[in-house]
Design a protein around this ligand. Structure first.
Ligand SMILES: Nc1ncnc2c1ncn2[C@@H]1O[C@H](COP(=O)(O)OP(=O)(O)OP(=O)(O)O)[C@@H](O)[C@H]1O
Ligand SMILES: [Mg+2]
Length: 377
């Protein structure tokens, strides 16, 4: 084991910190090369990034005049000595590149290089690339080899951290997208649907009952204004729209009346919970699931009646939404978002959902939420 002077240990710690501080891959690679040159006194340095089959994908170099690099015009071929490191997965240290048995010489215009050290950079189990340093006056020492190996390990760890962060960032973005789609569907899109259905229903009355049409238009305009206000709040807060809710049962009654208006269907509500229970956010989830289930029944089931029951039992609130419509095959894939969103709300809150539907005989949606949300996000 070579011994390392205390001042060198300090240099190494600083080097590790500066490499690990990089938040972007190309800056990290460049910083690794530069640090290697600073610590060893090498005149040139580079980091070659390998692709799937050991071919060179990228080559970050420091110290070579840009004009000269342009004149050479291509990346190293990763054959010859550079290829040896990839193949053997070990460090190579020599005083003169030309002396190595695998050396194939330099391309036209490439400056002559003599002393050389090269080490693989591993990320996890895989070789990510190789770190090369050349041209140290007097040649690279055993200490230099320790330093460069250390730097390669540091860089490998930092690259793996960067990749992990990138994956987490993407996952968070994806989650946000899903949440936005869900919120828009459950509130805005459903509301617009209801307005559309209301207008459609009033078309039949244009000739015989202009007063009813007039009323319907007024209601629709109000509803559109409300929806625009909701959307505006949502855009500014990026949070689900908050309804001014006097209390859940009266808000549910209003919702059901609105949804039923365009259809000739009786929608009943039986609400059996203590006052002000459930509270938000459970009330929001319950409201959304009932809204979706009732609009599904009305839109898809052609029922003659729809019944909504809500009951609080101990630590849970249960709801059932039943219709006597067409029913449907619950195993059938659908492009809609409604059922998926319901399932997602239930999963997030550790609730339960069961859809009992028989084609030709109607549908009952059973849902339950814990009154004390344990996992709500
Ligand atoms: N009560 C019901 N009666 C009959 N069919 C239903 C009922 N509920 C759901 N379905 C069927 O299940 C499908 C999926 O429902 P889902 O709510 O996921 O999507 P959607 O209503 O078609 O679209 P979205 O909810 O995104 O506006 C519906 O298209 C419909 O065929
Ligand atoms: Mg739906």
């Amino acid at each position: 084991m070579p011994t390392i002077a205390p001042s060198l240990i300090r240099d190494l710690v600083e080097a590790a910190a500066s490499v690990a501080a990089q938040v972007e891959l190309s800056a990290l690679l460049r910083s690794t090369v530069q640090t290697g040159m600073d610590l060893t006194g090498a005149k040139h340095g580079a980091l070659g990034v390998l692709g799937e089959h050991g071919a060179l994908m990228d080559f970050v170099h420091v110290g070579l005049d840009p004009g000269v690099a342009r004149q050479i015009g291509h990346l190293p071929r990763a054959t010859g000595l550079l290829g040896t490191i990839t193949r053997t997965d070990t460090a190579v240290r020599i005083d003169d590149i030309g002396d190595h048995e695998d050396s194939v010489g330099f391309p036209d215009g490439h400056p002559d290089m003599t002393s050389f050290i090269g080490v693989p950079v591993r990320v996890g189990e895989r070789v990510f690339g190789n770190l090369y340093l050349t041209d140290k006056a007097g040649g690279f020492t055993e200490d230099d080899e320790v330093i460069v190996e250390f730097l390669a390990v540091t860089a490998g760890t930092a690259i793996s951290t960067l990749r992990m962060q990138e994956r987490l960032r993407r996952a968070a973005l994806h989650e946000d997208r899903e949440r936005i789609a869900r919120d828009l569907h459950d509130s805005i899109i459903q509301d617009l649907f209801a307005v559309g259905l209301g207008l459609q229903a009033s078309m039949a009355k244009v000739d015989n009952d202009p007063t009813a049409v007039h009323q319907q238009l007024d209601t629709s305009i109000d509803k559109l204004d409300e929806t625009i206000a909701s959307l505006r709040r949502y855009i500014f807060d990026l949070r689900p729209p908050v309804w001014a809710r006097p209390s859940l049962p009266s808000e549910l009654a209003r919702l059901l009346e609105e949804l039923a208006a365009p259809h000739r269907v009786a929608v009943g509500l039986d609400f059996d919970c203590p006052p002000d229970i459930p509270e938000t956010p459970v009330a929001d989830d319950l409201f959304a699931v009932i809204k979706e289930s009732v609009s599904n029944a009305l839109r898809h089931g052609e029922p003659s009646t729809v019944d909504v029951r809500v009951v609080c039992e101990g630590e849970v609130v249960r709801a059932s939404i039943s219709d006597d419509g067409t029913g449907f095959d619950t195993d059938q894939e659908s492009e809609g978002l409604g059922l998926d969103n319901m399932a997602e709300r239930v999963e997030r809150t550790l609730g339960s959902l069961f859809i009992d539907s028989v084609p030709g005989r109607g549908t009952v949606v059973h849902v339950a939420f814990p009154l004390q949300p344990s996992q709500s996000k």
